[in-house]
Ligand binder design. Structure first.
Ligand code: NAD
Ligand code: MG
Length: 299
């Protein structure tokens, strides 16, 4: 091979910013644009090669973080993409739609609160109408608020976490099923928290375990129908979810330090997993959860 065409080796430990980080509280859901450093969602780096040409993707939480990295990668792989997010995240969402359009694909932004069943139904209907169908559904939006003591965890907080992380994927997937042709894929974003829950993420960790069961059960139900269902289980990833209450600010300072790579992952580092799971080349992969946790964690 011509040496000039060789891809340079990359040291994963030193590829991205390492702790310590600045404390940087934001109100949930937070904006990626306000983080220091601003996360890498692959804006400059992700190169597509037609793996998802003509595909139609609905991605919840596609404005920032892991969902945004998937949205950018999908567009550069040839897919049209609808993202959902909360209205207060409009500025992050605008950037994503611009990036999708710059990739030569159609990008649509549909804001709204997925803790509302009626909104979930209208989101799917509108996405299917705009895209002319749906064949990739990523249930990625999530709520994570650290609470040290069970005594301080309110029913409202518990309910909001369950609604966002368990009910919404149920409502959205149920509404999407009639639209999904054979060969479609559903992808859930679960977490290392499903397998090794932190003491201050009592409610969140339970929902992420539920997301694993969602994948394992639905893959069995939909396998005979020709629809694959898989999950991604990230470790610590540098996103607004974490800086806007997902972790106490003291933990943000050393975020990712305890992993063998000594740093948090960047959303861009997970994009290729979402591409692979959506790609029909992975046609025997269903009911699986792929980890990306910097060397520790499960699966
Ligand atoms: P993020 O804050 O960038 O994305 C989460 C998104 O969820 C937000 O952008 C928001 O648009 C959406 N959301 C939250 N509540 C909503 C609601 N009621 N209605 C509509 N949208 C809502 O953070 P992220 O880390 O990229 O999170 C994406 C997924 O990754 C989540 O499911 C999270 O549990 C999971 N995850 C994250 C990490 C991590 O360290 N960042 C680790 C493991 C798993
Ligand atoms: Mg966001």
């Amino acid at each position: 091979m011509n040496e000039q065409n060789q891809k340079p080796l990359v040291n994963p430990a030193t590829r991205y910013a390492q702790p310590p980080f600045e404390k940087q509280p934001q109100e949930a859901p937070g904006l990626a644009s306000k983080m220091q450093p601003v996360p890498d969602h692959g804006e400059e780096s992700y190169k597509g090669s037609g793996k998802l040409n003509g595909r139609k993707a609905l991605i919840t939480g596609g404005d920032s973080g892991i969902g945004r990295a998937a949205a950018i990668a999908y567009a550069r792989e040839g897919a049209d993409v609808v993202i959902n997010y909360l209205p207060e995240e409009q500025s992050d969402a605008d950037e994503v739609v611009e990036l999708i359009t710059a990739a030569g694909r159609k990008g649509y932004a549909i804001p709204g609160d997925i803790t509302n069943e009626k909104f979930c139904e209208s989101l799917v209907a509108e996405a299917a109408e705009k895209l002319g169908g749906i064949d990739i559904l990523i249930n990625n939006a999530g709520r994570q608020q650290a609470v040290d003591s069970l005594s301080d965890l309110s029913s409202e907080g518990f309910d909001a976490t369950i609604k966002t992380n368990i009910y919404a994927p149920f409502w959205i997937t149920k509404a999407a099923l009639p639209h999904l042709p054979e060969g479609s894929v559903i992808i859930a974003t679960t977490s290392v928290q499903a397998y090794d829950p932190s003491e201050n993420l009592f409610d969140y960790a339970q929902t992420k375990a539920a997301n694993v069961a969602f994948v394992k059960s639905l893959a069995k139900q939909l396998g005979p129908k020709g629809i694959r269902v898989n999950g991604v289980a990230p470790g610590p990833v540098w996103t607004p979810l974490q800086t806007s209450g997902g972790q106490p600010q003291d933990a943000i300072v050393e975020f990712g330090q305890k992993t063998p790579l000594g740093r948090p992952g960047q959303p861009a580092e997970l994009a290729s997993i979402f591409v692979q799971l959506a790609d029909s080349e992975s046609s025997y992969t269903t009911g699986q959860v792929y980890g990306a946790a910097g060397g520790s964690g499960n699966p």
